[in-house]
Design a protein around this ligand. Structure first.
Ligand code: BES
Ligand code: ZN
Length: 623
């Protein structure tokens, strides 16, 4: 339908900036062309949701969100119906102006859900009375024992296609929507959302209940609608940044987040005005399945971020960077998610370089390069292409491709055209396409128009099409070097040759420790692992990234003394990036590892988020 053909120079890039109000993008043509998104049932050429208005109550007893959702709709002149996404929602009625509308729910497909087709009957606003199902994939209702404050907690995770399990809207990243919400919850808890909070202290809403109201006037892709409800306090870092958390983690959170003001300043100096008003982060309970999630105005963070030494603050740099790459200019389809994550990983390093210096950044780049090389050696070539045409609901390529290969394309462009040029280009790119969708093809056309400008020699040097459409790495990619790893690599050599564990360990930063653990010989005897544990106290490390690398090495070598630490790690947090590979490693260790995996998972499963449960269910199979 609207899918554009793969032609290079003649591609018309939809430039939205001309008709956009600078900060909200509210005036854009709501029917601008979009590529086909096979992860959504929406038919955006016929009718599109432009605004979502939620009036919901969080029912902790039944673990559902229940209430009403009003949708404002823009449609083509001859449109009769709108198709929404819906995953196991219980629909009670759909009305327009008080009159019932006809609707049908089609066949449900796993993860994709079912199309909800509503006969519009001329309406441009409809009201859906509904509730989510108890197993909604976007929602996790936590028991008091799973939180720091020993109170109930709820949070949502929308990316990529989970929000359809609690919001009946068009769940496609190209279909931008503004939203507002009124959310009722238990009176002793606070509601926060990825939006401006209109009622800081809430309003009474009946016996034992409180209501909070929100509004998001910027048009956002619907996966960025997010909610959390819990015993939450706010700690201001600067006048426009701060951290939300449960009261007992306030001190640690405040310490870890102290750099947020500087980060904002650096990011804005690079890529222009931050367009979302406030920037807060929210520290979630340990079952949060990701390191971070860039919900606008309110980044969601894993509590494993609280390392105690600010060593993982690049997580905030990453999520903040999404305020430009991802939230402002958004992949129109998930097969182009490198436009969100690859750009963001590049920007994360640019922010990091300003804040912590070039040497730290080089080390991060070397780790990223090594992970990328490993994927390139093991993955199917088709899985190493940046632009993907994913099957609906499929996992997509490994994150090293989306994040690291994607970032490497921009670093290569930077090296070839120069830092000033790429900065100028990216600033213009974010302005031209603010609050709009992006595809690989549109990006390449835009880059050629504004940066290559017909320079044939430069075009040849950049190898742009190869980067985006071919497997592997183009020949113009250059391995990074970090002088801070020289002594680490020497220490690895020494240990591999029978010497002692690294004497300098105590002075090393997180990247150096990761480098050490990632490059030690993969096969180590019990005695050698004992030596590492005795000298470096690895089972006791509080840094989740370092602990993960150690536990992976330990499992690989069936190192029994690490099992208690492994069990604690797997039962005290539920971040998919850590949890999935460790269970996979255990299951790969036959009679030794499989019983351990099954025993730990039996204890841990209930605490994991539904999407992590689904992943680990496939890994830890019954005996
Ligand atoms: N947007 C992602 C998280 C995500 C990716 C959620 C895909 C759902 C599907 C977020 O910005 C992210 O990349 N988080 C990383 C941390 C980052 C520092 C690499 C994570 O969670 O590990
Ligand atoms: Zn990201």
């Amino acid at each position: 339908m609207l899918r554009r053909t793969l032609l290079t120079s003649a591609v018309a890039v939809p430039v939205l900036a001309a008709c956009v109000t600078p900060t909200t993008g509210a005036a854009v043509d709501p029917m601008a062309p979009l590529p086909a998104d096979n992860s959504s049932h929406a038919q955006p050429a016929v009718a599109r949701v432009t605004h979502v208005s939620l009036d919901l109550e969080a029912d902790f007893a039944r673990k559902v969100m229940t209430g009403k959702c009003k949708l404002r709709i823009a449609s083509a002149p001859d449109a009769r119906e709108i198709v929404l996404d819906n995953d196991n929602l219980v629909i009670r009625s759909i009305k327009a102006n008080g009159r019932d509308l006809q609707y049908t729910v089609g066949e449900r497909r796993p993860t994709l859900g079912a199309p909800l087709t509503v006969q519009l009957d001329g309406a441009d606003e409809i009201e859906i009375d509904y509730e989510s199902s108890p197993g909604a994939s976007a929602l996790q209702f936590l028991e008091p024992a799973q939180t720091a404050s020993n109170k109930k907690f709820l949070f949502s995770q929308g990316q990529a296609i989970l929000n359809r399990s609690w919001i009946p809207t068009q769940d496609s990243p190209g279909i931008r929507q503004t939203y507002d919400a009124r959310i009722v919850g238990p009176a002793d808890l606070k509601v926060v959302m990825s939006a401006e909070m209109l009622t800081p202290n809430g309003e009474t809403a009946g016996e034992g209940k409180r209501a909070f109201r929100f509004r998001m006037p910027q048009r956002i892709p619907p996966y960025l609608i997010a909610i959390a409800i819990g015993d939450l306090v706010h700690h201001a870092v600067t006048d426009r940044t701060g951290v939300w958390c449960e009261p007992s983690v306030r001190e640690r959170a405040a310490y870890e987040c102290a750099d947020m003001g500087n980060m904002m300043r650096v990011a804005e100096a690079l890529y222009g005005e931050y367009r979302w008003g406030r920037y807060d982060v929210l520290i979630l309970p340990p079952s949060f399945p990701y390191g971070g999630m860039e919900n606008p105005r309110l980044t969601f963070l894993t509590p494993t971020f609280l390392a105690g030494d600010r060593s993982l603050v690049s997580l905030i740099a990453h999520e903040l960077a999404h305020s430009w790459s991802g939230n402002l200019v958004t992949n129109a389809v998930w097969g182009d998610s490198w436009l969100n994550e690859g750009f963001t990983s590049y920007i994360e390093d640019r922010i990091g370089e300003e804040l912590f210096g070039i040497e730290e950044t080089r080390m991060a780049e070397v780790l990223s390069w090594a992970a990328l090389q490993q994927t390139l050696q093991t993955a199917q070539p088709a899985q190493t292409v940046l632009h993907q045409d994913p099957a609906p609901g499929a996992d997509g390529p490994p994150s090293t491709i989306v994040y690291d290969k994607g970032a490497w394309m921009l670093r290569t462009i930077e090296r070839i055209i120069g830092r000033n040029q790429i900065d100028t280009y990216l600033r213009g790119y974010f302005d031209r396409h603010a609050f709009g969708p992006m595809t690989s093809e549109w990006f390449l056309a835009d880059f050629r128009q504004h940066a290559v400008r017909g320079d044939a020699a430069l075009e040849a040097q950049l190898m742009l099409d190869q980067w985006v459409y071919q497997p592997g790495l183009p020949s113009n990619a250059q391995a990074p070097v970090a002088s801070g790893f020289t002594e680490v690599d020497q220490a690895v050599q020494a240990f591999a040759g029978g010497g002692a564990p690294a004497a300098a360990w105590a002075n090393w930063n997180t990247a150096q420790r990761q480098r050490y653990l990632q490059t030690l010989p993969r096969e180590l005897s019990r005695a050698r692992l004992d030596a590492l544990q005795a000298a470096l106290h690895l089972n006791e490390t509080g840094n989740s990234e370092v602990l993960f690398d150690w536990l992976a090495l330990a499992v690989r070598n069936r190192y029994q003394p690490a099992v208690p630490a492994l069990e604690t790690f797997l039962t005290s947090q539920g971040r998919g990036k850590f949890v999935r590979p460790l269970y996979t490693a255990l299951m790969g260790q036959g009679d030794w590892g499989q019983p351990i995996a099954r025993r730990i998972y039996a204890r841990a499963r209930a605490g994991y988020h539904p999407i992590v449960q689904a992943g680990v269910d496939r890994i830890v199979t019954p005996a």
